[in-house]
Write a protein that binds this ligand. Structure first.
Ligand code: SF4
Ligand code: SF4
Length: 324
């Protein structure tokens, strides 16, 4: 009997999601034994024409990581959608836009201007910027279109499931693969992780403040953090109240606050807004001036509240920066 075909693809992301597959350790042998991999550019030499030659729906499942930032990524995402029975948005960037999605505070021209001109390590006196087409003696060279905006995968193609995390942890990956192989799947559109908040399982939750306690917001390097106390009680921003459970409290166990990579639970529409409301309820101030002083002490509030989720948020991107 032929094995189910699966594909992995990497869009706008750091590559950690690709490593998470290798992090399956000996379980990767079980996966390789159970499936036929038909595309995994980071690890194996398949060509896009091999995928194009497959019948529509012939790939059982495509795991696509990364947001959609370029025309090439959108093209391959559409191709994999057509050729796949299921598409899983794999990891925080495909799910929510992720850290690369913070680029939505800028636009393409501002990004190019910094990366190819103003960055301290760049010397580009002729102001040469990447072009989609360049003619050379040998013919025409092409680069994919770099979009003005980073999109989540489901803003570009239909997505069946979401495997959250930066990167998804091995136990959730294995559970997802087993569920797919056995056909024992939840409703379409489900996030394959528990639908409760990180605070629910955090061992520090006993010290999580219920009342107004915060007089100053501290950055992680400004305080010696107590490893047993809720970060919020120490004035350190922790997105646990607005974040889905399932990572095993990876950052908390390393004495670092949550930055929200699992995204919100199903009951929360906008992760950043949810955290803002949680934070507002524990700020200890009696007047506008005090509130302003405390909120002014948050370095880069939009960047922290939407660390992983700006493209998936109600805001999606900063406006007024000549969108295309
Ligand atoms: S806010 Fe952070 S440290 Fe506090 S209980 Fe929630 S997850 Fe734990
Ligand atoms: S603690 Fe938060 S940021 Fe860290 S892995 Fe878990 S969900 Fe992601």
């Amino acid at each position: 009997m032929s094995k189910p075909k699966i594909a992995f693809y990497w869009c706008a992301s750091c590559g950690g999601c690709e490593e998470s597959i290798v992090d399956l350790a000996e379980n990767i042998l079980k996966v390789v034994d159970a499936v036929e991999i038909v595309l995994w550019p980071v690890a194996m030499d398949f060509k896009i024409k091999d995928v194009e030659a497959l019948k529509d729906g012939e790939i059982a499942v495509s795991f696509i990581n990364g947001g959609i930032r370029t025309g090439e990524q959108e093209h391959i995402a559409n191709l994999l959608r057509k050729k796949s029975g299921l598409v899983v948005a794999y990891g925080a960037c495909a799910h929510l836009g992720g850290v690369p999605g913070l680029a939505n505070f800028y636009n393409r021209s501002k990004i190019f201007d910094y990366v190819y001109q103003k960055s301290p390590s760049v010397n580009n006196p002729d102001k040469i910027f990447p072009q989609e087409k360049t003619t050379v003696d040998e013919g025409e060279l092409r680069l994919p279109k770099f979009y003005n905006t980073v999109y989540t995968l489901d803003q570009v193609i239909d997505v069946d499931y979401y495997l959250p995390g930066c990167a998804p942890p091995p136990d959730l990956i294995m559970k997802a693969i087993e569920a797919i192989l056995s056909g024992n799947l939840p409703e379409k559109g489900a996030v394959l992780a528990p639908d409760k908040s990180l605070c629910d399982t955090c061992k520090r939750k006993i010290t999580k403040p219920e009342n107004a306690v915060i007089k100053k917001i501290n950055r992680v390097h400004e305080v010696l953090m107590d490893p047993d106390k809720c970060f919020l009680d120490q004035g350190v921003i922790c997105l646990g109240p607005a974040t889905r459970d399932g990572c095993g409290e990876r950052c908390i166990n390393a004495n670092m606050p949550c930055r929200g990579c699992f995204g919100p639970t199903s009951r929360v529409e906008d992760q950043g807004a949810k955290f803002l409301s949680a934070l507002a309820s524990i700020i200890d101030a009696d007047n506008e001036e005090e509130i302003k002083k405390i909120t002014d002490s948050i370095a880069d509030p939009a960047g922290i509240f939407y660390f992983y989720s700006l493209p998936a948020s109600m805001l999606r991107r900063k406006l007024g920066v000549d969108n295309e």
